[in-house]
Design a protein around this ligand. Sequence first.
Ligand code: ADP
Ligand code: MN
Length: 175
Amino acid sequence: MAGREKPNILITGTPGTGKTSTASLLAEATHLHHINVGELVKEKHLHDGWDSDLLCHILNEDLLCDELEDTMTNGGNIVDYHACEFFPERWFDLVVVLQTDNSILYDRLTNRGYSGQKLQNNLECEIFQVLREEAEESYRHDIIKVMASNTIEDMSDNVEVLKAWVASWRPVEAG
Ligand code: ADP
Ligand code: MN
């Protein structure tokens, strides 16, 4: 989109699909700035408390979007979050949806200590491709990349593809 010298990338997907790992590697490879939205929300209290049923913070979307507006307008960011529909569409030049096979995701989430309803909700989120649909309903299809994130090899392939995308990106000419 017009105005920025460097692109903004959104990396989304179900928890455990590898957003933070992929975003960190890509940030290192490109010198774009990694924004871990979950961490930012906690750090800056951009939430309305703790949801004790879902065991997560209740995101305040307005506070989050206000917090990020100037940074996103400047460009050069990799935003890492497990939801995507409430961000302004104009912020992103590329939207990456990571996907992981269920048995692999199951192991990753149980390793992280998820169990019961929270584990079930996240596995279903991935089975029903909730994030892919959310991305397709919220962003132009030609800026969406759906990428498998099952193995370490997938991760390094994905980082290479994204690194090449960043290297070839050019700002949109004004007017
Ligand atoms: P997210 O940020 O999407 O919740 P993380 O990046 O924190 O996911 O990854 C969750 C766990 O799965 C970490 O232990 C990470 O090392 C591992 N992992 C993520 N992606 C892959 C992958 N493509 N191959 C192997 N392990 C992965
Ligand atoms: Mn993460």
